[in-house]
Design a protein around this ligand. Sequence first.
Ligand code: BG6
Length: 470
Amino acid sequence: MKHNKLKPFPANFFWGGSTSAYQIEGAWNEDGKGPSVIDMAKYPEGTADFKVASDHYHHYKEDIALLAEMGFKAYRFSIAWTRIYPNGSGEVNQKGIDFYNNLINEIVSHGIEPIVTMYHFDLPFALQQKGGWSNRETIDAFEIYAQTLFENFGDRVNYWLTINEQNMMILHGDAIGTVDPNLENPKKELYQQNHHMLVAQAKAMNLCHQLLPNAKIGPAPNIVSIYPASSKPEDIMAAHNYSAIRNWLYLDMAVFGRYNTTAWNYFEEKGYVPTILDGDMEVLASANPDFIAFNYYTSQTVAASEGDGSDICHTGDQHITVGEPGVYKGANNPNLKKNEFGWEIDPVGFRNTLREIYDRYNLPLIITENGLGAFDKLEEGEIVNDPYRIEFLRKHIEQMQLAITDGVEVFGFCPWSAIDLISTHQGCSKRYGFIFVNRDEFDLKDLRRIRKQSFYWYKELIATNGEKLN
Ligand code: BG6
């Protein structure tokens, strides 16, 4: 739809940025922190591990001051479960509580709204050793962890996100490094884990509402529009299948408290039906999110799959769709350019996605990730020019404003990432931040912070509440 006049961004719009604990903090075993599955995983050859990352643990004051200088209204970060409970459950680690108290105080003292992700891929390794999300005890551990967060930080944190990209952990656990490679029947087991995570999320949402009546909580999946590769009815059905399996399975449960029908039939067809215990569906139905947070990098295009699997390419990641015999297969979209890592770039798809989610659920939306990974270069004179990132973000923000004009209720935009950090599976040379962190894959250098060109651009954009887009 063409609009003659654009609606402005709402007053008090949460312009901000995002990070996650394991990708930015470092200090992987300091002050009593226990190991997470990420700390114990193997890394792709030639890429940095997460031990030091951007060393935010020791630079947090300087980092938050830089975010404040950019004018951030909100900052979305995650808490490392293993700093609070080194073994996932049991005894609380006071030093972990202290760190996040200090961090949150620092954020709040600059007038920035903290938005906390409770769990961003880094499950405590001690829980993983007991079966991780396959073991129902992890649901209890998550509930206790959630309670600890609400009790300790709920006086200052009003916005909570339960689980980051649960759908990507299930669909692409291999790329993200969160899947247990020793699983016997990975997919069936993954959907069992998925069920347990959904129950854990519902319990956390209920607990939040009980303990913090003024706080708001929501899920944070990765949701994107799925396009059919052609107007062939079979391709349209494949897109419908993949939307259900990738998107609506997660949000229908979070919002409506029920399994999506197409996804459920897919479980039955493939033998992935999870075991559901008495009471689970009641818990799931009782929980309600206050908003939906979602991550968007690109749309996805799929085609019908003939059924024997021979037509499916098997290399993918969060944003390169693989496929499943007889259900859908990943396809290229000839209308879209790709970034250096093979991810398609689709700003209009962002507007499509915002409209689809809002039409379906009618809840306020916040974007908790969107951004461009690139090989930024530090030039002489402390200069990092990243016009490609500015262009990427500008185009997406334009489409977000169009979606707002379409009537979609959006209350924040927190691109990935506030500061350079380590990518999930492509090292630290794949940079996303507004702030450059001076290190290489294996040479930590001085880790000094340098404002990129995009830093100044975003600062001006925020100062004008999005009016100065161009
Ligand atoms: C999302 C994750 O999948 O995408 C982030 O929530 C991640 O943790 C981001 O960093 C970008 O992906 P990548 O693989 O380039 O780090």
